[in-house]
Design a protein around this ligand. Structure first.
Ligand SMILES: NC(=O)c1ccc[n+]([C@@H]2O[C@H](COP(=O)([O-])OP(=O)(O)OC[C@H]3O[C@@H](n4cnc5c(N)ncnc54)[C@H](O)[C@@H]3O)[C@@H](O)[C@H]2O)c1
Length: 464
């Protein structure tokens, strides 16, 4: 608490809740606008419902279900049946994790949610074909919740959006569907997710969580609530818009940093200098940021900047740096494709009817998520030049890949089969591979190219 702040402690939550007291740090500037906590919260049971049980929602529901009566709701009935059988096809949580969350149950029936007092929204926020925010899932989730809202319910949004979306888009829907007045009948919060799929070293409780609320009292309540499941602690942002903006710039900054090293990689390749060696040398300076070139796919880093640029354009500012980064990163799969084709031509290998092996399809390492994976671009470009492409990825779900992209993932690449081998995604299953292992898959004359710098520059024919 900073020097000028006052601490208020009041009895606010129902007696059965772990939150008997909420401590509010109140800056004197805010004191005038701060009202007493609504008395009506005193005897309300905190019953949590997480709406949207994907990569973000499921781990969150599990943590809440360890402490609160929690319902995980998803419109995807198949997903709900799997979760009821303790199966998480995303691979993010184990059957033991689900079993250990004793107060968690799953449903696809919104009518079973009538007693919920706190909704948490973790539905997807994709972009459409024109790279504009697609708020469809957020609108549909808000419509469902709005019909269920009762006096004093709180709705916390976690999905990544542009600053203003919660109050400008979601709140009017909640008001319309519930007939209640915002900040009188119901309240909202925003607490952006920072989950990193495939990263077992950074789990939900270990990552500091930003929280916010539509009134100081709600902000305190939401912060305390998350504080009970996040061991790394929370950061209470001064407003919902600040919390929304913080999330979207986290991913925008990352996107731009990767775009910079991708552009450097293109320049250094033209100069005949090894990018990895340059980065290793530059990183010896204390303030040089460590980023690696690569394909930027998925539905966060490659998508979220468009939410910010959309909002900026709406208010008449046309971002240049952010969109330049997006263009560079979106162009990297074509760059990799052209590099491999150039190396094949230089080695007198015909592209038409050549056999190309791609190792790794997921959008990132150790993650089964195949949405917006840029590896698919390389497959399509190779096919458009008449190559036969085999894709091997031990982490993805082959059925899902077939359904989403029409690509049959092969179980095991055969030896001496390929004219070109491209290592695109560095799953743990690939990190033990040597140049010899990979070259054994190639015909006597082949090209070995890697995107992720597993091998030495001298061991491959080309790398990003
Ligand atoms: N996955 C990540 O790495 C990550 C990290 C941080 C933030 N985020 C953000 O979190 C949000 C969720 O991402 P995700 O990766 O968990 O998405 P996801 O696609 O894995 O899961 C979303 C789930 O929501 C369900 N759903 C969609 N609309 C619904 C509705 N109206 N009612 C009920 N359920 C509905 C879907 O069936 C799906 O199971 C997005 O805004 C994303 O940008 C994702």
């Amino acid at each position: 608490m900073d020097g000028g702040a006052l601490a208020l402690r009041f009895h606010c939550i129902h007696p059965g809740s772990p939150f008997r007291f909420v401590t509010l740090a109140v800056h004197p500037m805010c004191e005038a606008t701060m009202s007493k906590p609504p008395a009506r919260w005193r005897n309300v049971d905190t019953k949590v419902c997480v709406v949207g049980l994907g990569y973000v929602g499921l781990p969150l529901a599990i943590e809440f279900g360890k402490r609160f009566e929690t319902t995980g709701f998803d419109m995807n009935s198949k997903r709900i049946r799997q979760l009821q059988d303790k199966i998480d096809v995303t691979g993010e949580v184990s059957a033991e994790d689900i079993k250990g969350s004793r107060q968690l149950r799953f449903t696809d029936d919104s009518e079973a949610l009538s007693a919920v007092t706190l909704f948490i929204v973790t539905v997807p926020t994709p972009i459409d074909d024109s790279k504009r925010p697609d708020l469809g899932p957020l609108i549909s989730a808000s419509t469902t919740i709005g019909k269920l809202l009762e006096q004093d319910c709180i709705v916390v949004y976690e999905s990544t959006v542009y600053p203003g979306a919660t109050e400008e888009v979601c709140v009017p829907i909640l008001e319309h569907e519930s007939g209640l007045t915002f900040n009188e009948g119901f309240f909202v919060g925003y607490s952006p997710e920072r989950i990193n799929p495939g990263d077992s070293g950074h789990r939900l409780p270990d990552i500091t969580k930003v929280t916010s609320g539509s009134t100081p009292e709600v902000a305190a309540f939401v912060d305390e609530l998350y504080g009970s499941i996040i061991t790394a602690g929370t950061h209470r942002a001064p407003s919902i818009k600040v919390a929304e903006a913080a999330k979207v710039i986290e991913n925008t900054q990352r996107d731009l940093n990767i775009a910079l090293v991708n552009e450097l990689a293109v320049i250094f390749n033209k100069l005949g200098i090894d990018t990895q060696a340059v980065l290793e040398a530059a990183e010896t300076k204390w303030n040089f940021l460590s980023f690696r070139p690569g394909l930027v796919g998925g539905h966060c880093i490659g998508v979220d900047p468009y939410y910010l640029t959309h909002k900026a354009e709406q208010i008449g500012y046309f971002p240049q740096v952010i969109l330049a980064g997006r263009r560079i990163n979106d162009g990297m799969s074509e760059y990799v494709f052209k590099e491999v084709v150039r190396l094949m031509i230089m080695n007198r290998i015909h592209i038409v009817d050549s056999n190309v092996l791609i190792l790794g399809l997921a959008f990132k390492e150790n993650c089964s998520d195949i949405r917006n994976t840029r590896v698919v671009d390389i497959v399509r470009l190779m096919e458009s030049y008449g190559a036969n492409v085999d894709v091997h990825d031990p982490v993805v779900n082959a059925g899902e890949v077939e359904a989403a992209h029409g690509i049959s993932v092969i179980d095991k690449p055969g030896e001496q089969q390929y004219d070109a081998i491209i290592l695109t995604v560095l799953h743990d299953a690939f990190t033990g591979l040597t140049a010899g292992d990979l070259r054994a898959l190639g015909k006597p004359n082949h090209v070995l190219y890697e995107v992720k710098h597993l091998l030495g520059a001298e061991e491959v024919d080309g790398r990003l």
